[in-house]
Design a protein around this ligand. Structure first.
Ligand SMILES: [Zn+2]
Length: 232
């Protein structure tokens, strides 16, 4: 029995299925890379947070040292005040102590503020680490899942390729080369159904003669887009 339009539709469907399978195989690694990029971005953010923790800790330490030396200075002034030789000297030292009290209050606020920033940064770091752990887990799970799926997809790819090879025997030898070139170039779009006298790929109206040929179960190449046409 000569090949019918149904045989060509089956060949076309096999090409479409193969393309879908290959697309899925290609999409998995892309999706894994996208997830890995999110992990890396979060890791970069963590590094920045850790750097800023060092900075605010350094700032808190410096402010604390300033505060300690201010307090030591105040003790010193207090001793001098107790041994002041004159009222004038007493007033000068008193004035210095007042200035130190004001400066100490500012430093205390600054130390407190720096310590709050340390606490804030520490909790941001903890949150970021959780986010990274979560993203890493998702990436691992996705990769494992794809690993399993891809084994099945690869089997499908082999099986579909074999079925295509077998089914392609219906393509007449005189047009086989042209068909192969089309498949290489367009994959499943190498073939197109003709419905209602119109090519389904380029939507060009076929000539009456082409319609007659297609209706009689023949195949031909679309005069407009060159695809292999079969009756839909
Ligand atoms: Zn066409």
């Amino acid at each position: 029995m000569p090949p019918s339009a149904t045989d060509y539709r089956r060949l076309h469907d096999l090409h479409k299925d193969l393309k879908k399978t290959q697309d899925k195989l290609a999409r998995g690694p892309r999706q894994i890379r996208a997830r890995q990029a999110r992990v890396e971005a979060a890791q970069d953010e963590l590094t920045k947070l850790e750097q800023s923790l060092q900075e605010v800790r350094g700032l808190a330490d410096r402010k604390n040292l300033d505060l300690k030396s201010k307090e030591a200075h105040m003790v010193e002034l207090q001793c001098k005040l107790n041994t002041a030789a004159s009222n004038r000297e007493f007033d000068i030292i008193r004035g210095q102590i007042d200035a130190d009290v004001a400066a100490k209050a500012v430093l205390e606020d600054e130390v407190l503020e720096a310590l709050e920033r340390v606490d804030r940064t520490l909790s941001e770091i903890a949150e970021k680490k959780e986010v990274i752990a979560q993203l890493e887990k998702e990436t691992r799970d996705f990769a494992n899942d794809f690993e399993q799926k891809s084994a099945v997809l690869r089997e499908q790819e082999v099986s579909l390729s074999e079925q295509i090879k077998e089914t392609e025997k219906i393509v007449p030898s005189e047009i086989r080369e042209q068909y192969d070139r089309l498949v290489d170039a367009y994959g499943p779009e190498a073939m197109a159904q003709a419905n209602g006298g119109v090519c389904n790929n380029c939507f060009t109206q076929l000539t009456p003669q082409s319609k007659v040929l297609l209706n009689s179960g023949k195949i031909l190449f679309c005069g407009s887009c060159g695809r292999l046409l079969y009756q839909g």
